[in-house]
Every structure is written in structure tokens, then in C-alpha cells.
Write a protein that binds this ligand. Sequence first.
Ligand code: ADP
Ligand code: MG
Length: 595
Amino acid sequence: MSNQTAAPNQGLTDGMHFLADTLIANGVKNMYGVVGIPVTDFARIAQAKGIKYVGMRHEADAGNAAAAEGFLTGRPGVFLTVSAPGFLNGLASLKEATENGWPCIQLAGSSVRHTVDLHEGEYEGLDQRAYAVPFAKDSFRIDRIEDIPLGIERAIRTATTGRPGGVYVDMPDDLMGQTMDEDAAQKILFTAENLNPAQPADQAMVEKALTLLENAKNPMIVVGKGAAYARAEKEVAEFVDKTNIPFQPMSMAKGLIPDDDPHSTASCRGLALRTADVILLIGARLNWMLGYGEGKKYNPDVKFIQIDIDGAEFGNARHIDCPLLGDIKTVMGQLVDGLSSHKIQASQEWIDLLAADTKKNDERFGGAETADTVPMTHQNALGAIKRVLDKNHDVYVTNDGANTLDDCRDIVDMYLPRHRLDCGTWGVMGVAMPYAIAAAVTTGKPVVSISGDSAYGFAPLEVETACRFDLPIVTIVLNNGGIYRGDFEDLGDSGDPSPLTLDACAHYEKVGEAFGATGYFATTPAELEADLTEALASGKPAFINVQLSVHAGVESGHIGDLNPKPVVGPLATSECEDLNEEVVDGKLVQEKPAR
Ligand code: ADP
Ligand code: MG
């Protein structure tokens, strides 16, 4: 038993205990963090009271883990940081949570206010709330113990209401030590209710959407991670099933409808987007990932229907013909109900066109996934992983990297909603490991974390967290010896490794072994398949280092078109030009053969 719970309380509570009580009253089960002054005792008290505290190795990882829990549960994930440097480390992931639209709360201790405010040179002194303001969906400071329930309710509501996001809560160190009468404290303890009520769309707009779809020849659905977050899988599947409308899953919406569903346009994305005449966006923003809904990727006359909880999103980049403001689950229910009075069917011609393109692309690219080429490419390594995961649908997949991300998204099918977590809206590296920790902690299910060698390096020590908590996580690193690829050279004569080069011969599995994970070194697809099968069956932390060719991969993966191109010098040659081939076609990968 801890000293804190053993000490006589004289009828009092203090800031640390009351904060823990308030979190528990609001259903907070887990907290990720890195402790130190002034929050160490708070973390210990929270643990003693029953919150599962997952100590992590970097604050950004704690924040990413909390954000992933927010996505997986629909309740804000909570993480804890120390003042100034720890706070700032965490802030990046809080911003990422907001960009992804995931509910998340950063609780940070901060140093003594009056010395901070007078710049007296306080230890880790920083006016943290001021720094958080532009990064967080909103930020609050709790100065008085009696405001703790109010402050936490504000944070929870703000994180979950409308488009979810990251909320900062500043806790000056004297708050931790403030006391109040315990009975009085219990009286003001309350639980935030009705956080995600049904929000139907205006019925006139629903009618407009149904009419647009009824008159469409080539209607298409783009389903995004907002639909996954909204738990709208039943309604979306029913709508697709009844209308035969093909759908394109955005990366983290994979599995909302299983990837092997015949309505999926994953293998004919480019053609589907170019030829659709009405597109229904379900929880997907028209941001860079969808080319802002304009340009040569789209039919110039295409009409958009968009369902979103955030009214300000409509028209972000182009006019939306039919904005449906409401929550996806309820609005999709309205659309399904409308099918009784509207005859909506995708034309057979369109379905056949897409099916033919899918067949062509699958034949064209499928071979790379089953090839025996050694050293391996991303494609045949991920093909081996796919074969194992096809037999284990309940495994969560977390994924980061460039080629490792793009090719995994294309090759590894998902069958269940919210089972794939990746670099997201911002394209952030270093998320696969912390997302894996959160997926395992939150769901208790097995997780496979798949990173490129560069991406892995952003959160390498979280494998220690996985081992310390004995989590069923298989960490996989696809090592091609560099950022994008391992065979780039110094363009000058320094003799140094190129800016993209990393160690192609590194035995990453030994990082796992250092902490007790079973290590594997896979050099062939058959080895990888066997190793992953064994590792998953063990239910224990494992680490598979996969040796790829240093020639495998392309610069910037599938988003080479975002890279500015030099117009003179050695990089203005074809070496660079062929990297962006048909970015719109999800399946198009290494056009250039391995050198
Ligand atoms: P993706 O990256 O998969 O395309 P985005 O993150 O761009 O998805 O878009 C998700 C959208 O879903 C956001 O605009 C967000 O406001 C919206 N959203 C999130 N939750 C809900 C909900 N419950 N109901 C309606 N819209 C939602
Ligand atoms: Mg690499």
C-alpha cells in the first residue's frame, strides 16, 4: 500500500487525489505519460486508485498513445507530462490528435506561477498555457482545487464535442498540494454526460442527397476515418449493400467494410474518382489526401455530398453541393431510411468498368506480393505479412514509414473497423509503436506494428514499454537502410552517408531482445511468414527485423508529387521524375525496377 493512502487524511483531500477521483468519475481507465516534477505523486496516486498508468519513454509517444485510445474508444485518451520540456514534447502529439480529429487530453504539471510570470528563472519555467493555445483545440488552466471537476468536464467536452481534438490542461504545481474538505469535494464531483448525442441532418438536405444519388449514374462513396470514429460500420455497410455503390476506403477507414468486399475500389481508385459523377464523402475531408476534390483526378462535373459533424469543414477547398451536418451514424441511418422512397442503384456499366480495372491492376501488381525475390522488396515482405494477417482478422495493425506505409495500406487487407492506425492526416512518423501500445492496452488484442527502418527510429524504446507491460505486440521493421531507400549517394565528395542513408545491416531485432522480446531476423518471405505466425501465436512481445534490398522503395513513397523538384543539377534527371508515377492509383508502386 502506498504512503499516500496510508496517511491519515483528517477529512481532507488534496489536488492530486481529487484530480484522480475526478478522472475516474469520468470513466478514465488508462493514462499514458512520463513522470517527474511536479506530477510524480499524482501518477502514483492515480495508479493506486485504479487508473492503469502506462509509463512511456517519450512524451510524444505518450500523447500518440492517448490519441490512439481516443480513436479506438471514442472517449478522450489522457496523457501526463512534466513541465516545460516534457510539456513541449507532448504538445506535438496533442496537435497531431487535433489534426486527426481524435479526442485526447494532455495533463501537464507546470512550475510555480508567480515566479514563471515574473521570469524569475524558475526550474522548467514556462507559461505553458500560452504556448498550448495555438496547438490545442482549446486549453485550460486549473488554479484551484475546487475547480478540478469543472476543468476536467470542460476538457472532456471540448475534446469530444463537434470534431474531436486535443485539449490541454495546465496544472500549476501548487494545485497539486491544495486541500479541501473531503465531503465537500465529493459533493462537487460529477460526471460529464451526453457527450455524443445523436445529431441528425436537416431532412431537406437528406432528401437532396438522396435525389442526387438517385439521378447519378456513377455514384461513389469515399469513407474516411470519421466514419470509423463514429462507429457507423453497420449503417455504411447497409447503404452500400442496398445500393451497390462502390466505395473507396481512406487509410484508417479500411476494414469498416471488409477490404475483400466486391464494392471496394481500392484497386481502381484513380479510375473510380475520375469517372464518378456524384461522390458521397462520409467522414473524409477534401484535403491533400483527396487532391482537395479538384483537378484532373476528378470528373469536372462531379457533385459532392458530404457528411460531417463540423459545419466549417464544408467548402474548405471547393463547393459542396449537399452538406449534411450531423453525426455520421445518425445521418447514414437517415440515408438508409430514405432508400424506401428513393431508387438508388449504381449502374451496372460503372460497376463492370471498375471491376475490369480492378482485375487488371490486381494481375499487374499481385505478382510482386508473391514473388520470392531476395533480398526482399516492400511488396513481397508485406505479401508475407498479409498472408498471416488474412488468417488473423482480429489483429490490430499500426503502420508508419513512407513506402512501408503506402505499400502496407495497399497490400495488407483489413476486415474489421478501427483495426488500422497509421501516420494519419499529417503523415507523422514514429506513431506505429505508441499506437500499438494503446491498441494493446485498450483492447487486450494482439497488435502488429509495421515500420520502415527510419520511422521506427522515432520511437524505438517503446518496445521496452511493450515488454515491461508484457503486451502482445509484434514489432516489425522493414529495413532497406534508409529514408525512402538505402542506395542514395552523397552528391558531393564528403564521403559521408547521404542525407537519406541509414544502417542497412542493423540488427533491429536486438533492440527487442534487450528487453526480453523474442527476436527474429527474416531474410525471405517464407521466413517472415513463419516468424510472424509463431510470434502472434506466442501472445508475447516479439520483434522481427526484415531485411530488404537497399534498392527497394521510391523517394517519398506515393506522395512524390508533394516534393519540390530541382530543375538543374544531377537530381533534375529522370531519376527523380519517375518517382511520382500515378500517385492517384493506390496500387501503383515501384515502376522503376530495383537497381
Ligand atoms: P480521412 O483522413 O480518413 O479522409 P479525415 O480525418 O480527413 O478522414 O476526416 C474525418 C472527418 O470526419 C472530419 O472532418 C471530422 O469532422 C468528421 N467526423 C468525425 N467524427 C464524426 C462524427 N461522429 N460524425 C460526423 N463527422 C465526424
Ligand atoms: Mg527505409
